[in-house]
Write a protein that binds this ligand. Structure first.
Ligand SMILES: [Ca+2]
Ligand SMILES: [Ca+2]
Length: 701
């Protein structure tokens, strides 16, 4: 009863009657139905109708059902927490990337498939694979290669290149699967030796994703490559966030626009760094209007928490009394803090930001409230106190204002009422302020059930009706951050190791979660201070500015949406919290090296926005050692080689180009007119001390 197209690899079959359940057809638009999320699970469980769990190994699963069930069918996957997902239509959608942080299986639900276009038999397929389970990672590759336009029949051909440097096995047609959206493409795909050619009608890819999987024999995991185009006016698409460069604004420390709301604490125990500094919405608004962010090249701002916070001072750690200037002591669910301004001022700030093509993301403390919050007063049963919350200031978490303090009770998200209330508040902020995304810290301590409920609610209430793709930041990037700090900052990690760590981490989240590369999030000492061996010494200062530039360029050449933490674009110094949160300084108050970092950052940001390959292209490490890192960012139109050298003396690098690009003849420097030479697929680069350069590779097709 089963069918299979030529490109299918079917490992086993399960009768769909085992896994399906029936549901009422809803009269609502189908888009409002919760889609199947894209997510990671250690081992997912597929239950039969008899409740017997089926353990899914790697592979692909298909099941057949009869035609009359087409209109009322759904299916469910039960995960560890017995959550049920239903997705009758199975459109391609992406869920919040749950920060469970363990490598797991990926599940790709595939669309119903019809035999010969008739509805007589059809199948649900589920594809499970283990990401990053290949020892020969760098030797077997699937790359975006080129895009051809056929003006005659108005098609665009996306060409992927497969190569295997281990044993040069030819590409086996049976091992290829191509999905447009979530729909498997069986027809039209052609092969030209090691190239996979996928023709699409012009414009079809806008707002969609094309995925190609190759499963080399004797290899457990699939190799995956994808293509996407910005939706540009079509339905906004999650991956469009790949076009963003985020800038984190600590509101209290950014710009004071209204002296009347400053109201600092007069408590004698407070040091200045821990007191209110006066920054507010009007101040930030003036910087938006003057074009600060556009000039820097960023196009999305993350605002430190805006909720009204508890007054007074608290002992946040031993000997450190602080105010709530950081925003992590919420005492009210739906009010802004008067120190920053009114809700109307926030709304007009966001409106103005939008008119300047800037998106706004709100940092939203989701895990806890302050003791003064009405939720705690009225519903003490909604909260738990963790074991770490003993006495004030006893917790050694200087890096995390707003967690594990006895005055900050944690929500118990296993309570349904809590989830409903917090989600209702999140929706209220999104709807009321028209913000474009939310930023959740410490998301790892929040159970997955909350993220799933939130995901569903945001889709139904905001994304579908307003056709707007909300960005959810969950803090999975701390390991990225420490790798960059150790690689370029303290240099306690070889660049090769840094590269490996970051790639492994990216593998956990997959291509569809927008990664947020960064080296500072306000919870650690400033990067430049980390590098400064002898502050005040001219040579040491120059070195630390150079290294900061390398780190900045590095995050701006990574896939995803890089985050610049306010002040890092000028190399602002600072030790541990709260010394790391000094008031922002602008042009006329900057030293020469500070201006140079700013210029370099702005230049790189523009370069990133001009070159799609730098934003969303495939990234391949070509050479990685102690002090050097060379990688290639490539998409269907550009190949950009990025070379980093952190050593204090210059170096000559020799790097082999990947097999498909052996015939390339020219390398044009995009940054410093650095010297390079290409011969027979091998490029030599002259790298000055602590330097970076980019080369656009041309010719040879
Ligand atoms: Ca103020
Ligand atoms: Ca307040």
């Amino acid at each position: 009863m089963m069918i299979g197209g030529p490109a299918m690899v079917i490992k086993r079959f399960i009768l769909l009657s085992l896994i399906m359940l029936f549901m009422h057809r809803e009269s609502k638009a189908q888009e409002s139905i919760v889609p199947f999320p894209y997510y990671y699970e250690p081992i997912p469980t597929l239950n039969t109708m008899d409740g017997v769990p089926l353990r899914l190994d790697l592979g692909e699963y298909m099941a057949g059902v009869s035609a009359e069930q087409v209109s009322k069918i759904s299916y469910q996957f039960l995960d560890r927490e017995a959550m049920v997902f239903q997705d009758p239509r199975n459109p391609f959608k992406i869920a919040i990337a749950y920060p469970w942080g363990k490598p797991g299986l990926r599940i790709f639900p595939l669309r119903f498939e019809f035999k010969d276009g008739k509805r007589s038999d059809f199948f649900i397929a589920c594809h499970v694979l283990q990401p990053g389970d290949r020892k020969t990672e760098s030797l077997i590759r699937l790359l975006p290669y080129e895009k051809r336009t056929n003006t005659k029949n108005k098609t665009e051909e996306y060409v992927f290149y497969y190569y295997d440097e281990t044993n040069k096995k030819p590409l086996d047609a049976k091992s290829i699967r191509v999905l447009l959206g979530n729909e498997r493409m069986i027809h039209n795909i052609s092969m030209e030796e090691n190239k996979i050619v996928v023709p699409l009608p012009e414009g079809v890819l806008k707002g969609q994703i094309l995925r190609v999987f190759v499963n080399p024999q004797s290899d457990k995991a699939d190799i995956e490559a994808f293509a996407w185009e910005s939706s540009e006016g079509k339905k906004p698409f999650t991956l469009d966030w790949n076009n963003s460069i985020l800038y984190y604004v600590f509101t209290d420390r950014f710009q004071n626009g209204n002296r009347a709301n400053d109201n600092p604490s007069k408590d004698s125990r407070i040091i200045s760094e821990a007191n209110w500094q006066g920054g507010d919405f009007p101040g930030l608004l003036s910087r938006i209007k003057e074009g600060y962010f556009q000039k820097l090249g960023v196009n999305a701002i993350v605002l430190s928490p805006v909720n009204n916070n508890a007054e007074g001072v608290q002992l946040e750690r031993k000997d450190l009394w602080t105010t709530s200037f950081h925003g992590f002591w919420p005492k009210s669910p739906r009010e802004t803090d008067p120190h920053f301004g009114s809700l109307d001022e926030l709304k007009s700030l966001i409106q103005t930001a939008h008119s300047h093509n800037l998106k706004i993301i709100l940092d939203y403390p989701v895990t806890h409230v302050h003791l003064d919050h009405p939720y705690f007063k009225n519903h003490p049963d909604w909260f738990t106190l963790s074991e770490q919350q003993s006495s004030p200031g006893s917790v050694d978490t200087p890096s995390s204002p707003g967690l594990f303090q006895s005055f900050l009770p944690l929500f118990n998200f296993n309570n349904t009422e809590v989830r409903e209330q917090v989600i209702s508040d999140v929706l209220w902020w999104l709807e009321t302020t028209d913000a474009d995304g939310l930023w959740y810290r410490h998301s790892r301590i929040v159970p997955a059930v909350f993220w799933k409920d939130l995901d569903k609610a945001v889709r139904e209430k905001i994304e579908v009706p307003s056709r707007k793709k909300i960005y959810h930041y969950t803090d999975g990037e701390y390991s990225f951050m420490s790798a960059v700090r150790e690689g370029f900052g303290t240099q306690t990690l070889d660049l090769g190791e840094m590269d490996k760590n970051i790639r492994n981490m990216s593998g956990l989240y997959g291509a569809f979660s927008i990664k947020a590369p960064c080296f500072d999030l306000g919870n650690v000492s400033r990067f430049i201070t980390l590098c400064q061996e002898k502050p005040g010494n001219a040579e040491s200062d120059k070195r630390s500015f150079d290294l900061l530039s390398l780190a900045m360029v590095y995050i701006l050449t990574q896939p995803g949406a890089p985050i610049i933490f306010y002040g890092d674009e000028i190399g602002m110094p600072g030790g541990e919290y709260p010394d790391n949160l000094k008031p922002m300084r602008f042009a006329k108050d900057l030293s020469e090296p500070e201006k140079q970092v700013w210029e370099q950052t702005a230049r790189l940001a523009r370069l990133r926005l001009d070159h799609k390959a730098l934003r969303a292209g495939e990234s391949i490490t070509l050479s990685a050692s102690k002090d050097d890192l060379v990688f290639l960012r490539c998409d269907f139109s550009e190949k950009i080689l990025c070379a980093f050298h952190r050593g204090d003396t210059g170096a000559n690098l020799e790097v082999n180009l990947p097999l498909p690009f052996q015939k390339i003849k020219k390398a044009k420097s995009l940054l410093h007119q650095g010297r390079s030479k290409i011969e027979k697929g091998r490029i030599s680069l002259e790298m000055p001390p602590r330097s970076v350069d980019f080369f656009l590779l041309e010719g040879g097709d």
